[in-house]
Design a protein around this ligand. Structure first.
Ligand code: NAD
Ligand code: UGA
Length: 459
């Protein structure tokens, strides 16, 4: 092929696709191939409409696809032809058997490890890019080396810290790149090769090397710390609502302490996404398994508060709308788990819709990017749900708007016009605190933010 290095990404998802595209973009001297068991996914990556919506991603894929970035379905050939292999497969929470609901489901990576062992004809560096439980590298080594052969496999941990919606920026200017290796000659050699790849665009001082178990554990720890901040500020929001304090003011004041920091303190309807919950539960499982029930309980609290926050949002709606939602039409502003993504995995919207339907409300969902995924998530739910892309049309005949995703577009809408189309009294429940609450109140809405006093026209 004539490339300086040949790199393979196994798993063409939210992480594998963008990771491969960024390496190909920054390193034209390397050939990067992405493979997946899903032929449909690969087809989408080769089409005009990528399977993942991420700002800036289309551009880097278009610049590299067919040049030094290739999306293919032949996994065996990919393994044979590439010496550096990123494992980017999914690691969802197990839904069956021992550890169901907590542990990571490792069948996907184990199949990958077996594929690599099966098809490798020369030595490989195998990189854990997915988020794995601690000690996965040991299991991976055991599988890879379970066949008598001279082929050497060096396993590295190189967890991904990107957030969806900012994936391209996060990969281009990462806070840090973490590479964990074994304390062996082969481990160090593999580590140095990976450091050189990232050094093509990441400043050396941001490339951290560590012991492989610290690397695996730090990825889970980072997600725990991030999620914990949201659950802490959301717990404060519940106290604010009872005391007439304002959670935005509390967050600002607390965050100005340099030791705490201002970012990631937005009270909300609760965190969503495919990773926070699963990674914390993964740690909970580890603690239970290792005889650390107190630690397990402490960590579980982060997830418990998140479930509570989502339910609290629905109960606030019910109470404000005179304790009945039956037959009322509610419009959800946003379905994605956060802004700037089409991803709806673990989105709080799913809980809200399910609960609204249980209360026999009628639901209209609007979202600029996530309606296709919303339709899949809500398939089979009993009750009436409709989907309208334009928020100004979606609100027609509704009694309430529930802001679930912090899309910028919702800040700039003509709320006077929207009010005119709704049944009165009209309500806004701002699960993201992004609207101009005073202005909406003056237009006539009864406004309920998260963690702030409600603004109502009722005496
Ligand atoms: P995803 O579900 O979008 O993609 C995983 C892909 O792997 C799928 O396309 C699936 O078909 C493919 N796959 C599964 N088994 C395979 C096999 N044996 N061979 C080839 N392909 C296979 O998942 P994702 O969001 O990209 O997450 C992947 C990993 O990265 C997870 O461990 C996750 O925790 C971690 N992570 C995700 C993010 C994120 O923002 N999504 C960020 C950091 C880390
Ligand atoms: C998160 C981490 O931020 C990444 O560093 C990590 O790599 C990734 O998980 C992962 O391991 O998958 P992501 O879930 O894509 O990234 O998005 P975040 O920006 O972390 O948002 C997660 C959820 O928290 C969203 O629902 C968001 O709306 C919510 N959130 C975020 C809040 O409610 N308040 C905040 O202040 C920040």
């Amino acid at each position: 092929m004539g490339f300086e290095k040949n790199i393979l990404c196994i798993g063409a998802g939210f992480v594998g696709g963008p990771t491969a595209a960024m390496i190909a973009y920054k390193c034209p001297q390397y050939g990067v191939t992405v493979v997946d068991i899903s032929k449909e996914r690969i087809k989408q990556w080769n089409s005009e409409t990528l399977p993942v919506y991420e700002p800036g991603l289309d551009e880097i894929v278009k610049a590299t696809r067919g040049r030094n970035l290739f999306f293919k379905t032949d996994i065996a050939k990919g393994i044979r032809d590439n010496e550096i292999i990123y494992v980017c497969v999914n690691t969802p929470t197990k839904t069956f058997g021992a550890g169901a609901g907590l542990a990571a489901d490792l069948q996907f990576w184990e199949n990958t490890a077996r594929d690599i062992r099966e098809h490798a004809r020369s030595s490989k560096i195998v990189i854990e890019k997915s988020t794995f439980p601690v000690k996965t590298a040991l299991a991976m080594e055991r599988i890879l080396n379970s066949r008598a052969s001279k082929i050497q496999f060096d396993v590295l941990s190189n967890p991904e810290f990107l957030a969806e919606g900012t994936a391209v920026r996060d990969m281009e200017y990462p806070d840090r790149v973490l590479i964990g290796s074994r304390d062996t000659e082969g481990g160090y050699r593999a580590r140095d090769i990976l450091v050189e790849i990232y050094a093509n665009w990441v400043p050396r001082q941001k490339i951290l090397t560590s012991n492989i178990w610290s690397s695996e554990l730090s990825k889970l720890a980072a997600n725990l710390f991030l999620a914990q901040r949201i659950s802490t500020i959301n717990a404060m929001s519940a106290i604010c609502e009872r005391t007439e304090a304002d959670v935005s003011e509390v967050a600002k004041i607390v965050g100005m302490d340099g030791r705490i920091g201002a970012r990631f303190l937005n009270a909300s309807i609760g965190f969503g996404g495919s990773c926070f919950k699963k990674d914390i539960l993964n740690l909970v499982y580890l603690c239970q398994h290792e005889g650390l029930p107190e630690v397990a309980d402490y960590l579980q609290g982060v997830v418990r508060i998140n479930e509570y926050q989502k339910e609290r949002f629905v109960m606030n709606m019910l109470e404000a709308m005179f304790n009945t939602l039956a037959g009322k039409k509610v419009c959800l502003f946003g379905f994605a788990f956060k802004a700037d993504t089409s991803d709806t995995r673990e989105s709080p919207a799913i809980h809200v819709v399910r609960r609204l339907l249980e209360e026999r409300a009628e639901v209209v969902v609007t979202d600029p990017r996530a309606l296709d995924n919303a339709k899949i998530d809500l398939k089979g739910l009993a009750g009436r749900v409709s989907y309208v892309k334009d928020p100004c049309k979606a609100v027609k005949g509704c009694q309430a708007i529930a802001v679930v995703t912090e899309w910028d577009l919702y800040r700039g809408l003509d709320y006077k016009k929207i009010y005119g189309q709704m049944i009165k009294p009209a309500f806004i429940f701002d699960g993201r605190n992004i609207l101009d609450h005073k202005r909406c109140f003056e237009i006539g809405f009864n406004v309920y933010p998260v963690g702030k006093p409600g603004l109502t026209h009722f005496k």
